[in-house]
Design a protein around this ligand. Structure first.
Ligand code: ADP
Ligand code: MG
Length: 398
């Protein structure tokens, strides 16, 4: 499942209404019956107009026909959800055009987009459930029982949670991208001009970068938070050149943290495990990449725990609970994300020296057998690959 915006400009206003109607109907129906789509779309042209739009949308894969014994109907595809999100971003003037894909996470697509002024930003599209079924292990039965609709729901939750955290962290002055907009399973944020730590082979002073990264873990903890996936892919390192008065040049490294859907509270039942895992991840990477071993042990969870909220520090772990998530939502999301983490670790362990641990394109997801797969999927998308998806502006024809 890849973002393909080519059909976007050809959709008429009625088509958008019908697509929105299918999305609305999906809230209560796994398969949205055609009469309900007609009712929700309320097109002036009447039923025939709706049918025309339904065919147009199904033809480009934004909705998919599902034949059931009881009734026939349609469901929204990930492609349809992408279009609705982009449509919203475009009408709010957050996104004007879509450019290259710069990152393919296991369960996300990262695209460079531009707003109306031409400023480049990043669009992150959450795609939970994309994990290839090749890698499904026996303990992941629940995964098989999920349908595309519930994965889309979880992807929306992941985007909402990530956006809530990015906002809270940004407001508190943490080095994170600037959150700009959120719609459905997508987020728009500022583009960080930096490489992931993973791609950096040498640093002038490993000890100082290590200290910065550990102090970020501790600073998060003091606000009640654990990143939960604090690894070399989720830490971008900005290189800032500075020239001293005597003309000597030096490079200051500034880490920026990304990727927040899995963040947990310091009060979480497994908080200590998550905290230690984040710390050890950095230690292991610094040893392996820079042959650096810190002179001191720790930091330890029990010490970090004592600093939570100290001196009136804002508790950011309360932010997400306060932003409309129910316990069940958070539990579902946690289960889905835990799975992603385990899978990544399994991969990482299997090929430690491999330069690209991402599953390049796990397109064999549940959607495939439902005929949603696009044709001509031949590209190999590593980071930095330039792939123009849309030359014109998104707002055309919206
Ligand atoms: P995932 O949840 O799939 O791991 P991430 O949010 O970690 O997604 O993003 C995947 C990759 O995309 C990152 O490792 C990084 O290279 C790139 N990336 C993500 N967000 C940004 C950003 N705001 N600026 C620059 N690069 C980014
Ligand atoms: Mg990541």
């Amino acid at each position: 499942m890849k973002l393909d915006t080519r059909a976007m400009r050809h959709l008429a206003a009625e088509d958008w209404r019908v697509l929105t109607a299918v999305e609305m109907g999906s809230k209560n129906h796994e398969i949205v019956p055609t009469p309900l789509i007609e009712k929700l779309a309320r097109l002036r042209g009447g039923v025939s107009g709706v049918h025309r739009s339904i065919s147009a949308l199904a033809k480009v894969g934004l909705i998919a026909r599902v034949k059931e014994a009881k009734y026939d109907g349609y469901r929204l595809t990930y492609g349809g959800l992408d279009y609705l999100a982009l449509h919203t971003h475009a009408s709010r003037k957050d996104v004007y055009s879509v450019g290259n894909r710069i990152g393919v996470g296991k369960e996300s697509d990262i695209m460079v987009v531009a707003d109306h002024s031409g400023k480049q930003c990043v669009l992150k599209i959450h795609r939970l459930g994309r994990i290839s079924f090749r890698t499904v292990k026996s303990n992941r039965d629940y995964l098989k029982n999920r349908n595309a609709q519930s994965w889309m729901y979880l992807s929306r939750l992941a985007a909402m949670k990530e956006y809530a955290f990015m906002n809270a962290l940004h407001e508190e002055g943490f080095p994170v991208p600037t959150p700009l907009a959120q719609s459905r399973h997508t987020i728009v944020m500022s583009l960080v001009d930096a490489f992931p730590l993973r791609q950096i082979s040498e640093v002038p002073d490993p000890a100082s970068l290590y200290a910065d990264l550990i102090s970020l873990i501790l600073r998060l903890a003091s606000h009640g938070l654990i990143h939960g996936d604090y690894n070399e892919f989720n830490i971008l390192v900005k290189e800032i050149k500075s020239t001293a008065e005597d003309g000597t040049e030096s490079i200051v490294l500034e880490p920026v943290i990304i990727d927040f859907p899995q963040m947990v509270s310091m009060e979480h039942v497994n908080a200590e495990m998550y905290f230690d895992r984040d710390v050890n991840c950095i230690k292991r990477f610094f040893l392996r990449r820079f042959h650096f071993t810190p002179s001191q042990p720790g930091p330890f969870f029990k010490d970090a725990k004592k600093t939570v909220g100290k001196g009136g520090l804002k508790r950011l772990d309360a932010t997400v609970e306060a932003s409309g998530f129910t316990k069940k939502m958070l539990k579902d999301l946690e289960a889905a994300i835990k799975d992603k983490k385990t899978d990544k670790e399994g991969q990482e362990g299997a090929n430690e020296d491999d330069d690209d641990d991402y599953d390049e394109d796990s397109d064999e997801d549940s959607e495939e057998e439902e005929g949603e797969e696009e044709e001509g999927d031949d590209e190999d998308e590593g980071e930095g690959r330039q792939e123009a998806l849309l030359s014109g502006g998104l707002s055309e024809g919206l």
